[in-house]
Design a protein around this ligand. Structure first.
Ligand code: GDP
Length: 195
C-alpha cells in the first residue's frame, strides 16, 4: 500500500472539494507545532512535501497527497492555536466533523502527541470526535529525542491510561523522532499493512 512517490493533490476547504473516494486514505492530526510536517516528510522521504500545509493560508485546509497508486495521505490542519479567532475554529471543527464522519475510505487516523507533553484537553476533544465518528485511530508520539527515557515512560503511561477511555483507540502507540528517524519505518510498515 505504501509505495511509489508522494504527490500533492490539493488543499480542501469544504466537503465538496474532496477528491473522489477511489482509494484508501489515512489522515494525520495534531496540535500545531507537534511535528506533523516533519513526520510526514520523514515518512515519505520527500523533503518539503508537507511544506504546503505550513504556508499561511494553507493551514486551514485539508491537504491531500497521493502515495503511490493506492493510497491518499491526508494532512489535517493543526489544531489548538491559542490565537485562532472563534469563527476560524468553528469552521474548522465543522469541516473536521463532516470529514471524519463522512469519509468512507478513511481507514485510520494517526493522532500526533508530543512526547514531552502527553495528551492535553484539546487533544482529548479530537479523540472524542474520532470515537463518535467511529474512526479507528492510533497515537504517534513525536519528538521522542527531546525527552529523557525516564520522563518518556511517565508520559507514555499517562497516554496509555487516557486511551483506555477512547473506544476507537488502538492500544499501541508508535514512538517516533523525525529528527533521529526512530519509529519511522515502524509507522510506514503499519500503514503498508492496512487494507
Ligand atoms: P507542525 O506544526 O506540527 O507541522 O510541526 P513541524 O513539523 O513544523 O515541527 C515543529 C518544530 O518542531 C520544528 O522546529 C521542528 O524542527 C521541530 N521538530 C519536529 N519533529 C521533531 C523531532 O522529531 N525532534 C526534534 N528535536 N524536533 C522536532
Amino acid at each position: 500500500l505504501f509505495a511509489g512517490q508522494t504527490e500533492f493533490v490539493k488543499g480542501v476547504v469544504g466537503m465538496d472539494g474532496l477528491p473522489p473516494a477511489d482509494r484508501i486514505e489515512i489522515c494525520f492530526a495534531g496540535r500545531s507545532n507537534v511535528g506533523k510536517s516533519s513526520l510526514i516528510n520523514a515518512l515519505t522521504g520527500t523533503r518539503g512535501i508537507a511544506r504546503a500545509s505550513n504556508t499561511p493560508g494553507r493551514t486551514q485546509e485539508i491537504n491531500y497527497f497521493t502515495q503511490g497508486p493506492e493510497l491518499y495521505l491526508v494532512d489535517l490542519p493543526g489544531y489548538g492555536f491559542a490565537k485562532a479567532p472563534v469563527a476560524v475554529v468553528a469552521k474548522w471543527q465543522g469541516l473536521l466533523k463532516s470529514y471524519l464522519s463522512g469519509r468512507q475510505t478513511l481507514r485510520r487516523a494517526f493522532v500526533l502527541i508530543d512526547s514531552r507533553h502527553g495528551i492535553k484537553s484539546v487533544d482529548d476533544e479530537i479523540l472524542s470526535l474520532l470515537d463518535k465518528s467511529a474512526v479507528p485511530f492510533q497515537v504517534v508520539m513525536t519528538k521522542a529525542d527531546k525527552v529523557k527515557e525516564k520522563d518518556r515512560a511517565v508520559i507514555l503511561d499517562q497516554v496509555r491510561a487516557k486511551l483506555q477511555r477512547h473506544p476507537a483507540a488502538y492500544p499501541e502507540m508508535v514512538v517516533t523522532s523525525s529528527e533521529k528517524g526512530d519509529g519511522i519505518a515502524t509507522l510506514r510498515a503499519i500503514i503498508a499493512g492496512l487494507d
